[in-house]
Write a protein that binds this ligand. Structure first.
Ligand code: GLN
Length: 196
């Protein structure tokens, strides 16, 4: 069985732990560099990316995590986690750092700064039926580099904003797949970590 960490500095940790366990993985909350060494893959949850960036540095996790990602650790960022995986952030704070796991430009709070969320049944490449996606002050992907595959666009529009991407063994989604009972996105990541 694969062990998948959930970065547990802040954000939707418990929901991801549960969803991963229901998808056939062992899940581990990761707060220290030592815990990071024990995982085969890592989920970076939603929350607040500027806070997460600060806490990664304060907990001494930023450099070890970046090193493991650069060495090929499978990662999946959801919402704030997507921002953390970007190579470039738009509308971020000047001191905000990201891990550069995926060659993409991500715009923070792209759907507007309002507190409310929106929901949409999204066509996601690799899933047979639409996925009910919940967006909460979500980012979107403004552009992707070569080798980054677009998995979903919002607004039921082939030219709509990019909200899910994959680059090798790194995955990023603007929405919160841990909300609601649909485990297909977690299943996709577990398969990716297993290498199947
Ligand atoms: N707007 C948040 C940020 O900038 C992300 C919101 C979320 O993760 N739900 O990090």
């Amino acid at each position: 069985m694969v062990t998948i960490g959930v970065l547990a500095l802040q954000g939707d940790v418990g929901e991801h732990v549960r969803a991963l366990e229901e998808s056939g993985a062992r899940a581990l909350a990761v707060r220290r560099p030592g815990e990071l060494e024990a995982v085969d893959g890592l989920v970076i949850p939603g929350g607040e990316s500027t806070t997460m960036s600060k806490l990664l540095l304060a907990f001494g996790l930023f450099d070890p995590l970046k090193a493991r990602i650069d060495a090929g650790l499978p990662v999946w960022g959801t919402c704030a986690g997507m921002i953390m995986l970007a190579s470039h952030i738009l509308d971020g704070r000047p001191d905000q750092k990201s891990l550069g796991a995926i060659d993409m430009v991500v715009r923070r709070n792209a759907f507007g700064r309002q507190v409310d969320s929106y929901e949409e049944d999204l066509e996601v490449k690799g899933l047979a039926d639409p996925f009910h996606a919940v967006f909460i002050r979500a980012p979107w992907v403004e552009s992707v580099g070569e080798g980054v595959e677009v998995l979903a666009r919002a607004g039921d529009d082939p030219a709509g904003p990019i909200v899910a991407v994959r680059s090798g063994r790194a995955l990023a989604t603007s929405f919160h797949p841990e909300i609601g009972g649909d485990r297909r996105m977690h299943g996709l990541f577990v398969s990716l970590v297993r290498g199947s």
